[in-house]
Design a protein around this ligand. Structure first.
Ligand code: AMP
Ligand code: MG
Length: 695
């Protein structure tokens, strides 16, 4: 049993809670494979029902399977339904409530209805705790005023399995759930009606439909609801449970759902908190503290080995969100996308001309014209008889009786007839339904960065929204006492920070969100403070400078204290060591300070690493073999990158290899890559050229 989406709802029995997100309103959160979207604040039940219906409709159109969890008792203790609807038919009881509950953002009749129900039971009846100022006939104010001769249990078996749970009969008082049950069942009844056979209610029905509703309870993981001080607890709660339930393996979901159903229902996950806890622990896959640890021994690590290591140890660190196509360009797909319908949806004409039943024989063909025409968006409803033809325009559906189109340029027509030279094959100038894409077909795969052309394809296939990774937030930091911002005053002992503007623009060009962390002085405490803040705001930190093992290399020193530090000495020119580590679980890439080395290391290492952390695939840039406009011999044992550009179809390199020459970066349009073994490049030899844009 598995669902590709999980929606968790924190329901409420109260009135509208106003426009500003507050607690005790309705909160919803969508989870998928252990990652969650931002919790949604829904100020009243009407909005919540609308949101849920729309969300389910959208997810259903995109062929997702969805589990919707409500913190809402789906049933009452045994015997109640029989009294009201004549049998223990829980779902019929929902309809009973739906017919009697009146609800609006400002008021509802839950207390009055509870009193009316109580009246048909012996004694006080089961419901208790009138929360209103006015008295209500048959509804006791306090628990001690009630009697038990109504014959019903105070709680269901499921409630008794959950420590601290409340009785569905209690309508008010701190923690009470009774009100939201009465106010929730009608919504459930309407959802059932709306989604018909595609929806089932666990555990009363077999959960083999596209949408499954289930009752859950937000205390089956009591010790795990941690919310930031400023965060609303309800929001944190739905987020946590959406994460946990969506992280369950299919086997674990089956375990949770495999129970003997009674009309009292069950709480999904009750007594199985540890299954959910394990699922949570395994996701979102946090980077391990030793993810940058290199095997000991190798003195200089070859670039390929460094790549291999990053590829193996890094994983996606961003959650997901669902966006309309208009917002999805350049985003990374978090799941496969299927065509909602075939493209083209029906057989249609590829040209302007005349449609008829093919084939047409060699020689002259004469066909009688039927009245009317078939145009794109205005198809012809009738049937075209054998031996007849109809005027048809590009993109118009082929009417019944037509499978072939002759080009208008190839015919001569009178008012009643069209004639042309055959032969013409059956199906000529016509497009088959689904010849481009079939409904249900996977058209894009997880990890794909969405291109403008992809958006065209998705739209054509009827896809309205896509689930993508949140945009990776990359903090950019420069370190060094000598740095000033360009435009500011600087002594000759100071230099301008070239790396931050350069790296920020590079990161932005890759489609990530840049968070400017400014400049850090060569001071350990200040740097620590900056990193503390950055770890909260960023998914990844890219810093430059201070990454070696010198006196002023504070980044290395600080990362060392975390136990996650690794200094990669990579066999590559340019490039000094790459300092890597995790600061409060946030990966830090410590690039060399020298702008040329910083740029090359960012292109060669940060680009593929960030792509993986953003949810994409590990990729290497497309390169071209082109004749060299230079001669050079290089030593064995390291890979070299040189600033290069194309001149007359040849690859030229910047005259100086000096790595302080930042102007050479601007001169260049890409890099030449010379592989690790010794190499003698002569003029005209093919060399590997990689445009900057391909990284
Ligand atoms: P470091 O890695 O901190 O030892 O720096 C190596 C060299 O790069 C030194 O000459 C630094 O002054 C220079 N450098 C460091 N950061 C930057 C920067 N953001 N912009 C320009 N040059 C830098
Ligand atoms: Mg420095």
């Amino acid at each position: 049993m598995s669902f590709d989406k999980v929606i968790m709802l924190d329901w409420s029995g109260g009135n509208d809670r106003g426009p500003r997100p507050v607690k005790d309103a309705i909160w919803a959160c969508i989870g998928m494979a252990g990652t969650v979207e931002e919790p949604v604040y829904l100020r009243n039940r009407q909005l919540a029902e609308e949101w849920l219906t729309e969300t389910l409709t959208t997810l259903q159109a995109a062929r997702h399977s969805v589990l919707v969890g409500f913190d809402l008792c789906f049933a009452y203790p045994t015997g109640f339904a029989t009294k009201l609807v004549g049998s223990e038919d829980t779902l019929a009881l929902w309809d009973w409530f739906e017919a009697r509950v009146h609800d609006s953002p400002k008021s509802n009749n839950r207390f009055d209805l509870a009193g009316e129900i109580n009246a048909i039971f012996p004694g006080t009846g089961p419901f208790w705790f009138n929360g209103l100022a006015r008295d209500i006939a048959h509804l006791p104010r306090k628990g001690r005023d009630r009697t038990t001769d109504h014959g019903l249990g105070e709680k269901r078996a499921a409630d008794m399995a959950i420590p601290g749970s409340f009785s569905p009969w209690q309508l008010a008082g701190a923690g009470a759930v009774g009100g939201q049950v009465i106010m929730g069942l009608p919504v459930l009844a309407r959802l059932r009606r709306q989604f018909g056979k595609t929806l089932s209610v666990w555990p009363f029905q077999s959960p083999d439909t596209q949408i499954v509703l289930a009752e859950t309870y937000f205390s089956i993981l009591p010790d795990l609801v941690v919310s930031e001080p400023q965060e609303i607890r309800d929001a944190a709660q739905v987020s946590l449970y959406a994460r946990a339930f969506s992280a369950l393996s299919p086997a674990d979901m089956t375990t949770l759902m495999d129970i003997d159903a009674t009309p009292e229902g069950w709480v999904l996950g009750a007594g199985q908190g540890d299954v959910l806890r394990d699922a949570l622990a395994s996701t979102p896959p946090p980077l391990k503290n030793d993810c940058f640890a290199m095997p000991q021994g190798a003195h200089w690590t070859p670039v390929a080995e460094a790549h291999h290591h990053l590829r193996e140890k890094l994983s996606c660190v961003t959650g997901t969100e669902t966006l309309p196509l208009t917002k999805a360009a350049n985003r990374v797909l978090a799941q496969d996308v299927h065509a909602v319908r075939s493209h083209p949806p029906a057989r249609n004409a590829a040209v302007d001309g005349y449609g008829f039943a093919g084939p047409a024989a060699a020689g002259i063909n004469k066909l009688k014209l039927v009245e009317g025409r078939s145009a794109a968006g205005a198809p012809y409803d009738g049937t075209v008889p054998q031996g007849h033809a109809i005027r048809i325009l590009t993109g118009a559906n082929l009417p019944s009786g037509v499978d072939t189109v002759v080009l208008q340029e190839d015919v001569s027509t009178s008012a009643t007839e069209v004639s042309f030279h055959g032969p013409l094959k059956r199906g000529a100038n016509a497009r088959d339904a689904g010849e481009d894409m079939q409904a249900g077909q996977t058209i894009l795969q997880t990890g794909r960065k969405i291109t403008p052309a992809d958006l065209g394809m998705l739209a054509a296939a009827g896809v309205g929204t896509v689930t993508v990774r949140r945009t990776l937030k990359v903090g950019i930091l420069s370190t060094g006492d000598e740095l000033r911002d360009s435009g500011d005053m600087a002594t000759t002992g100071q230099i301008f920070d070239a790396n931050r503007p350069m790296l920020s623009a590079l990161i932005a060009s890759w489609g990530y969100e840049v968070i400017d962390l400014g400049r850090a002085p060569d001071d350990r405490d200040t740097l620590r403070q900056i990193l503390d803040g950055a770890a909260q705001d960023c998914d990844v930190i890219l810093s430059s400078g201070g990454a070696s093992a010198g006196d002023e290399d504070h980044m290395s020193a600080l990362l060392k204290d975390t136990g996650s530090f690794a200094l990669w000495r990579i066999a590559m020119k340019p490039g000094r060591p790459l300092a890597l580590g995790l600061w409060q679980n946030t990966p830090v890439f410590g690039l060399p300070g020298n702008p040329v080395a910083a740029m090359v290391c960012a292109l060669v290492f940060a680009a593929p690493a960030l792509a993986v952390m953003a949810g994409g695939a590990w990729t290497q840039p497309t390169s071209y073999q082109l004749p060299a406009a230079f001669a050079k011999s290089k030593k064995a044992g390291r890979r070299e990158y040189m600033r290069a550009r194309l001149e007359d179809g040849h690859v030229a390199i910047f005259p100086s290899e000096g790595s302080g020459r930042v102007s050479g970066l601007s001169w260049a349009t890409g890099l030449v890559e010379l592989s690790d073994p010794a190499q003698k490049v002569a003029l005209g030899d093919l060399v590997t050229y990689i445009p900057f844009n391909n990284f």
